[in-house]
Design a protein around this ligand. Structure first.
Ligand code: HSE
Length: 333
């Protein structure tokens, strides 16, 4: 019996940052929590808290359960019955990396539960394979800004420390957009001119973020690979991407596959309220209600808290404190 309880706090992420399709990601200070322990009842049990959790499976088809089992298999141990609790403030299917956070949370929690036999790089490889692209998972796992590449077999990444003045404004439309649908909108081929356009912008963006030359971001956050094709799915997006810099943004992009839009600003900018109004009003004009949030980049990957439980504490688990009670004080709502 493993007498240990693990809680992992995982950051949300924004992928692509404009031109860096399937390559660039940044961790954001919006979080999900996963609690995991071996079940003392001999049955797998779930406690799912928070908006959007209602429809998620509470049996062994649950993503977190399945991902945890991959870790145990890789490590050669058997922990078939688990107690899993989850709480998330990351909205689902909005382009803020909720599925990547769940995958990373499940991998890190399961690994910590069995004494962390797998390296972070191994977890990154498994997560990339599961997601099908490395951008969100790298950001959630390593924190900060992650630059990564994957050839279908192996992924590499480099972490960049976000400039201390960088802050993000997200506008989260009140409708869902699946990554699958948003990827379906993309062409299978693009022109050499568009490829060259994106290579230049992505390289410039990485160099600007690494060197702290924030003034270059407005030139670098331009894209011809995915955003133009996804624009029809997010009314108001084109105007926001074109004009956000007129309202003080350093640059703006579709967050991941959308529909969330993200603008980066200097945290000390006096234009923050005007930018927020512009984003809301532009979406409103298209009949779209959106929630806006100011989020700092999250500098770290998952935070792991582990409790060694006294042997024979099974009875206590009947009246266990809920995950929400344990993390209250940290959650936004
Ligand atoms: N790079 C991915 C995309 C992120 O844009 O489709 C979404 O998961």
């Amino acid at each position: 019996m493993i007498n240990r309880r693990v809680i992992v706090k995982i950051p949300a992420s924004t992928a692509n940052l404009g031109p860096g399709f399937d390559s660039l990601g940044m961790a954001l200070s919006l979080f999900a929590w996963i609690e995991m322990e071996q079940s003392h009842t001999g049955m797998t049990t779930f406690q799912l808290h928070g908006d959007g959790m209602d429809g998620l499976p509470t049996d062994k088809s649950n993503l977190v359960y399945k991902v945890a089992q991959l870790v145990f298999k890789e490590a050669g141990v058997e922990v078939p019955e688990l107690h899993i609790a989850m709480y998330s403030e990351i909205p689902l299917t909005r382009g803020l990396g909720s599925s990547a956070s769940a995958i990373i949370g499940a991998l890190v929690a399961a690994n910590a539960l069995i004494g962390s036999p797998l390296s972070d790089d191994k977890l990154f490889q498994i997560a990339t394979e599961l997601e099908g692209h490395p951008d969100n998972v790298a950001a959630s796992l390593f924190g900060g800004i992650a630059v990564s590449a994957w050839d279908g077999a192996e992924a590499q990444h480099v972490r960049i420390e976000p400039h201390p003045s960088l802050e993000a404004l997200v506008a989260i439309p009140a409708f869902e957009l699946s990554t699958e649908k948003a990827r379906h909108a993309l062409p299978s081929q693009i022109s050499m001119a568009d490829a060259v356009f994106n290579v230049g912008r992505t390289s410039l963006l990485v160099a600007a973020l690494a060197s702290g030359e924030l003034g270059l971001i407005r030139h670098a956050m331009k894209d011809r690979l995915h955003q133009p094709y996804r624009a029809a799915l997010i009314p108001g997006m084109t105007e926001i991407l074109e004009r956000a810099t007129d309202f003080g943004a350093l640059g703006a992009a579709l967050s991941g596959a959308g529909p969330t839009l993200i603008a980066f600003v200097d945290a000390a900018s006096p234009d923050k309220a005007a930018l927020e109004n512009f984003l809301r009003a532009t979406l409103q004009k298209e009949g779209i209600t959106a929630e806006t949030m100011w989020l700092a980049p999250c500098m770290n990957g998952p935070e792991v808290t582990t409790w060694e439980l006294p042997v024979g504490s099974e009875a206590l688990s009947q009246e266990r404190m809920s995950l929400l009670e344990r993390i209250k004080g940290e959650v936004k709502a």
